[in-house]
Design a protein around this ligand. Structure first.
Ligand SMILES: [Zn+2]
Length: 102
């Protein structure tokens, strides 16, 4: 996982173009639970899924005992950190910062 850790402290994004059928991928689902008073708890759950169908940028992924449809970029290769880690640690901003300075 170290090759995904950047010196800036962020996580380097994986290659989102290399997915193939039957690849194992890290997925994340969010469930919202109402606790009253208009307050909602969002819970994130990570699971490993298998790509069973690719239709352009839409991926059918089996995992967590269900079939999910994810868009490209919403899940990561099995060797990369999962979406929850990108969410919590943050993405590498080096490329972005470089562009802004140019
Ligand atoms: Zn970086």
């Amino acid at each position: 996982m170290s090759k995904y850790q950047c010196k800036c402290g962020g996580l380097i994004l994986p290659d989102f173009d290399s997915f193939k059928l039957a690849d194992a991928v890290n997925c994340m689902i969010e469930t919202c639970k109402s606790i009253g008073n208009g307050q909602v708890i969002v819970r994130q759950k990570a699971f490993v899924g298998i790509i069973t169908k690719i239709d352009g940028d839409k991926f059918t992924i089996e995992g967590n005992s269900k079939t999910h449809i994810f868009e490209r970029g919403e899940f990561t290769p099995i060797k990369a950190p999962g979406p929850i880690e990108y969410f919590r640690i943050g993405k590498c901003r080096c490329e972005l910062d470089k562009e802004q300075q140019a």
